[in-house]
Design a protein around this ligand. Structure first.
Ligand code: WQD
Length: 349
């Protein structure tokens, strides 16, 4: 029997896309991939979680100077002026706080910013001919899942942190919004744990003060900026007692956004959800050992108490995004950790 495989390349239009939080960790990496795709990203950022030099680095990586607006997305009038001036076809909304531990300490700051900025965008999108909306959501909407890996149909349980709850509220807002705005096509991307940096070493994560997240704390410890890593809990019911997460390279995550806009241009229904993870889980100790193996640098650590808001284990069933978005992760955990280390070293230069 002769098998014939025909691959249809569906042409998608190049678009002008508003990127809120576009100078941030995931936002800046997505700007790179949008430029690479021939799109025109328009960055909105107020540098609360980034730095102006990232804009220069984006030009160095892509050869393009991104249009940029220094703006807080809670400023509705300022946001409206950008929509009127730039007339984008799409919006990707990154501008939000994202530290689980910090959100437990500062819930109101998280509710105001993460929910308030989305409300502003949803007020403007219907008035400005926006066709496509991609939202930065999170696996934290699953709470502490009883069954792993989690699929997009896994139950949305009580959030384990105010951060996770803001993402659940934003997802429900978008679902209700899409019911009465059928012409606006939306994708929710539920990120797992973004790590790594662009292979060039020119952009990466810039944590404010003491990092909340594991990998930047590991790299700062390896660089001698921190005495030692505290591993939050060593008595969980996992292979080595430490928590399990799905660590995905930030450039792979960025590519999922480009694929999401292409996907939306060929859809009838207007509300879609995708897990964006590698599909495999690693414990905290496995991450530390993988970092040491990849970089040949030892990380001093001790096992401390559990951290409030942590779930024991979560990683993605990513079969839906693999098939429907024709996306797959390209980088391994070790490569991502090596890229993180390269970025950390560039900050010390
Ligand atoms: C991972 C593990 C910590 C720091 C992140 C993002 C959130 C969302 C989900 C996208 C936990 C442990 C950490 C440290 C440690 N992603 N840890 N020592 O909490 O899974 O949430 O992914 O939306 O935005 O914040 O990531 O890196 O904080 O923690 O032992 O110094 O590492 O306890 O078990 P988390 P994390």
């Amino acid at each position: 029997m002769i098998k014939i495989r025909i691959r249809f390349e569906v042409q998608t239009e190049r678009m002008k896309i508003l990127v809120t939080g576009g100078a941030g960790f995931i936002g800046s990496h997505t700007v790179v991939e949008l430029f690479n795709n021939g799109d025109v990203p328009i960055i909105i950022d107020d540098f609360r979680n980034s730095d102006p030099f990232i804009l220069e680095r984006l030009k160095e990586i892509t050869g393009n100077t991104p249009v940029f607006y220094n703006l807080d997305c809670l400023d509705l009038k300022g946001l409206e002026d950008v929509f009127e001036k730039e007339k984008p076809e799409g919006v990707v909304h990154f501008a939000a706080y994202k530290a689980v531990g910090e959100s437990v300490e500062k819930p109101v700051m998280y509710y105001e910013n993460n929910i308030g900025t989305l409300i502003n965008l949803l007020k403007l999108v219907p008035q400005h001919n926006i066709n496509y909306f991609v939202f930065s959501s999170s696996c934290t909407v699953y709470g502490d899942p009883e069954v792993i890996p989690v699929t997009e149909q896994s139950p949305i349980q009580e959030a384990s942190s105010p951060y996770g709850y803001t993402k659940q509220v934003c997802e429900k807002m978008l679902q209700d919004f899409c019911k009465v705005n059928q012409n606006i096509k939306t994708v929710l991307l539920r990120y797992f744990n973004p790590i790594g940096s662009h292979p060039s070493g020119l952009i990466g994560e810039l944590p404010n003060g003491v990092p909340n997240n594991l990998v930047p704390y590991v790299t700062q410890t390896a660089a001698g900026q921190r005495d030692q890593l505290t591993i939050n809990g060593g008595d969980y019911n996992t292979s080595d007692g430490t928590c399990i997460r799905d660590y995905i390279h930030v450039s792979d995550l960025a590519d999922a956004h480009v694929k999401a806009f292409a996907f939306l241009q060929n859809q009838i229904s207007n509300f879609h959800v995708f897990n964006v993870g590698t599909g495999s889980g690693s414990t905290v100790l496995e991450v530390v050992k993988a970092f040491e193996k990849a970089t040949k640098v030892t990380v001093k650590y001790f096992i401390g108490p559990r951290r409030e808001g942590d779930v024991v284990s979560i990683f993605a069933d990513n079969s839906k995004i693999l098939t429907e978005l024709d996306w797959r992760p390209k980088f391994s955990l070790e490569e991502a950790l090596l890229h993180s280390w390269r970025w950390q070293q560039s900050l010390s230069d």
